[in-house]
Design a binder for this molecule. Structure first.
Ligand code: CUA
Length: 338
């Protein structure tokens, strides 16, 4: 019985550990400077708590599996004989483990520059909204600012300072492999230094319950090689490209006539809305709907017509005034905005 229980426990813990290792958002396998420090703290906590757990389970199993007998076969319990166990297990071990972790935490905190005097000043402002992230590139060396909703690009191997704010309720910026959670609080500006050691795509999400669609508020950080980053930036700085085919031109006209232009901006056109994400380069993004849907034709059309079914409560209304042809031309136009 006891052996079967132990076997079960071993299998269960192996499955849990392996499942954790595979996740693209596992903070214990960090890929950035800030996340590295947090991962180190995480490993210390994980190992010390695991050791304590294993010892407790061994003691429990030893007690349970001891040969049992009747009350008569045992000497009366001496109430003072367990006092050493209580002192060691209830005082010395918790105090040692918790105070060690406390000092490691303080030491880790010193490595996070979050103050107002961050140098250089943050070059990207990330604003959280219900329910999407908006990155605004405000580096003074840029000829103009631009927005990159849901997907933000940084150069790999270089530190980038970020400003984190919210436009409505409390959210939390969390890209586990690059940085720990940092809250985005109304009326407050938080600052972090983000760095990805290698080029790649790092998934993140909102880490603080912020309303009905909190679970669908996602974020992707693309760490590019210097050449890719320069190419991406110069494309984003440009205004939207002009529609090339007659279908795309009709799609653009429908965009301007439908409610779309009231809520979205497409730089270089008459669409100046700021309620929803900037769509100037929507065709170059991998996700839409705050990271919830892959950016392909089917999802784009479904999102335009049935946003409220995908993400009830979102500010994007169901646009059902378009004919089938108008919908496909509108989609072609949006996909041409690379
Ligand atoms: Cu935003 Cu949860």
């Amino acid at each position: 019985m006891v052996r079967a229980m132990l076997r079960c426990l071993c299998m269960l813990s192996t499955v849990v550990l392996l499942a954790g290792c595979r996740g693209p958002q596992n903070f214990l396998f960090a890929e950035g400077t800030a996340a590295d420090r947090l991962a180190r703290l995480g490993w210390i906590a994980l190992i010390s708590f695991s050791v304590v757990t294993v010892v407790v389970w061994c003691l429990l199993v030893a007690v349970v599996s001891r040969r049992r007998g009747s009350f008569g076969e045992h000497a009366p319990v001496d109430t003072t004989s367990g006092i050493n166990w209580i002192i060691v297990g209830g005082l010395i071990v918790p105090i040692t483990v918790l105070s060690t972790l406390f000092f490691f935490s303080l030491d880790t905190l010193r490595d996070f520059p979050m103050g107002k005097l961050m140098h250089p000043a943050p070059s990207i402002r990330v604003t959280a909204r219900q329910w999407w992230f908006d990155a605004e590139y405000l580096d003074p060396s840029l000829p103009n600012r631009f927005h990159a909703p849901t997907e933000l690009h940084i150069p790999a191997g270089a530190p980038v300072n970020l400003e984190l704010v919210t436009a409505d309720v409390i959210h939390s910026f969390w890209v586990p492999k690059l940085h720990g959670k940092v809250d985005m609080v109304p009326g407050m500006t938080n600052r972090i230094r983000l760095q990805a050691d290698h080029p790649g795509i790092y998934d993140g999400e909102c880490g603080e319950y912020c309303g009905m669609q909190h679970a669908h508020m996602r974020l992707r950080v693309f760490a590019d090689t210097p050449a890719d980053y320069a190419r991406w930036k110069s494309r984003q700085l440009a205004d939207a490209s002009e529609p090339q085919t007659p279908a795309e031109q009709r799609g653009k006209a429908d965009f301007m006539a439908a409610p779309c232009a009231v809520c979205h901006t497409i730089r270089g056109t008459d669409a100046h809305g700021t309620v929803g994400p900037d769509l100037t380069h929507v065709g170059s993004r991998t996700r839409i709907a705050g990271g919830m849907l892959v950016n392909n034709t089917a999802n784009l059309q479904a999102w335009i017509v049935h946003a409220q079914s995908f993400k009830p409560g979102t500010q994007m209304p169901d646009i059902n005034s378009l004919s089938g042809q108008q919908l496909s031309e509108l989609t072609l136009y949006l996909q041409s905005l690379k």
